[in-house]
Design a protein around this ligand. Structure first.
Ligand code: 13P
Length: 255
């Protein structure tokens, strides 16, 4: 079964509304003729979501949010609901990014609540998992990834898992310039697909898209994207400039 790869830019806490809208305007012509075989998404900060979505509404380029709260509405100061993200024009929602887990106390239980809430609104979760350097050095990468994946997907139906995106992002590769080797990234993404096959069946495992994230650059994108279980990339730093983001997208189409 062929999976359409997805290259998504996670802009993290970067770009004003004007900068984000400008990026979106420039991305459109830069991708003319490239799209089709690969899906492209950008994930701006909450403040820029609606503006970017408006610029991209007549294109195939999707918009994603970087986080979400699982409740519908209510007294949750500072939080944004799935319905609000949908209203702002989102198609994707990142859940459980390692920065949320490490810096803001995100638990796998909460990631699971977010994934369920996102799916129930017809949005697509991009659920992030990945080990720290200490965990890799201790030889417990698979154990960590198994625990995070199992907890995050807990209680979902196979069709829901099939529709999702999981991003394997080793924490030691994020923002360090040190990407996982093609072999290491394939080993873990293949392991994740195997877990999904074991828990949710063959169809879910074959349809689920698994991205790699962590220091993806124009120079390493093609090799990583050529791996059989890597179906795209979640790109941080290199997604902030149109030129490098487009180079990564082009490299993935060629791979
Ligand atoms: P970098 O591409 O900057 O390493 O960030 C990866 C990431 O965290 C994407 O979510």
């Amino acid at each position: 079964m062929s999976r359409r790869p997805i290259i998504a830019g996670n802009w993290k806490m970067h770009k004003t509304i004007a900068e984000a809208v400008d990026f979106a305007r420039n991305l459109k012509p830069a991708l003319a003729g490239v799209r089709g075989r690969v899906e492209v998404a950008v994930c701006p900060a909450f403040t820029a979501l609606a503006g970017v979505a408006e610029v991209l509404q007549d294109t195939e380029i999707a918009v994603g949010a970087q986080d979400v709260h699982w409740e519908e509405s209510g007294a949750f100061t500072g939080e944004v609901s799935p319905a609000m993200l949908k209203d702002a024009g989102c198609r994707y929602v990142i859940a459980g990014h390692s920065e949320r887990r490490q810096l803001f106390g995100e638990t796998s239980g909460n990631v699971n609540r977010k994934v369920k809430a996102v799916l129930s609104h017809g949005l697509i979760p991009v659920m992030c998992v990945g080990e720290t350097l200490a965990e890799r050095e201790a030889g417990i990468t698979e154990e960590v990834v198994r625990t995070q994946t199992g907890a995050g997907l807990d209680g979902l139906a196979p069709e829901q898992v099939a529709a999702m995106v999981i991003a394997y992002e080793p924490v030691w590769a994020i923002g360090t310039g040190r990407n996982a080797s093609e072999e290491d990234a394939q080993q873990v993404t293949g392991y994740i697909r195997g877990l999904v096959r074991e828990w949710y069946g063959n169809t879910a495992a074959e349809r689920l898209r698994i991205q790699y994230g962590g220091s993806v650059k124009p120079e390493n994108a093609a090799g990583l994207m050529a791996m059989p279980d890597i179906d795209g990339a979640l790109v941080g730093g290199a997604s902030l400039k149109v030129a490098s983001f487009v180079e990564i997208i082009k490299a993935s189409v060629l791979s």
